[in-house]
Design a protein around this ligand. Structure first.
Ligand code: ADP
Ligand code: UDP
Length: 237
């Protein structure tokens, strides 16, 4: 496999073409952004930590029957993935109230949500990722009804696998965002699962162990991501 030209540089990762038309290389950079790219910083080791974290989670999900784009680690910061036709709708599940849910509905942070909620957001930085619904997604051709059903099923399946995984390691999976894409007629989990795209709290102390450390200026961002990984059994050395 040969890495070819860069196709897209996102806020935290870059996508490269390869000599295989069905595969891309994702490069996890040290860049960190928040508030739709308004705040940007370089955090040393972040690319490596998120790359390995994501590989670990994607392998767990694949083993549990969730189709993912993950093909294998290529280096500390590079992963080989299946090329997907990305669906521009982000799927968010919440087990505990936090973030935009609290701001939008005026509910207190930290309430257990039973059953967990499921929300869709349009992936569009200029519009600040507005909340959308299935009807809008179908009307504007972002995804078909069948695809949306499948995305929801898979997003909940991810919840059942990961809630237990984090719980067993003394952590609470508060919420997370997933992105899916098309590979032929299949719906496949794409992008990444790392502390950048989810909220994780310590079960006992409720210490924030995710990107809120960056958003809220709490410090020790990457050290805490590594602590989450180590508790799950990931080796970053
Ligand atoms: P953003 O685009 O939000 O700034 P990133 O910096 O993470 O995000 O960039 C990675 C980009 O790669 C995202 O737009 C994501 O949708 C896209 N992507 C992730 N996985 C795949 C894949 N398997 N095939 C094609 N594109 C992908
Ligand atoms: N999220 C993300 N990318 C986005 C929007 C949200 O990874 O563009 C994640 C975020 O980290 C959190 C979950 O999705 O784990 C829910 O985010 P929320 O709607 O609360 O928005 P936020 O408070 O992050 O603005």
């Amino acid at each position: 496999m040969e890495k070819r030209e860069e196709l897209y540089a996102g806020k935290a990762k870059s996508v490269f073409r390869t000599d295989d038309p069905d595969r891309f290389v994702l490069v996890f950079r040290d860049d960190t952004s928040a508030f739709d790219g308004e705040r940007k910083e370089q955090l040393s080791r972040k690319g490596m930590v998120n790359n390995r974290f994501n590989a670990f989670i994607m392998e767990k999900l694949e083993a549990a029957g969730v189709p993912t784009h993950f093909e294998g680690l290529l280096s500390d910061t590079e992963t080989l993935v299946k090329k997907l036709d990305m669906i521009p709708v982000e799927c968010v599940v919440r087990n505990v109230s936090a973030g935009s849910l609290c701001r939008r509905l005026g509910v207190e942070e930290g309430q257990e949500l039973s059953p967990p909620t499921y929300e869709l957001f349009l992936k569009n930085d200029t519009l600040h990722d507005p909340m959308v619904n299935e009807s809008l997604a179908v009307t504007f051709n972002w995804a078909s009804e069948t695809e949306l059903v499948h995305m929801k099923e898979l997003t909940y399946k991810v919840n059942s696998v990961l809630k237990t995984l984090f719980d067993d390691a003394g952590m609470l999976l508060v919420d997370y965002k997933l992105e899916f894409g098309r590979s032929g007629t299949d719906i496949v989990l794409g992008d990444e699962f790392s502390p950048d795209g989810c909220r994780i709290w310590d079960k006992e102390t409720r210490k924030k162990m995710d990107k809120d450390r960056f958003r809220q200026g709490l410090g020790d961002v990457i050290e805490t991501y590594e602590e989450v990984g180590r508790r799950l059994g990931i080796n970053f050395d």
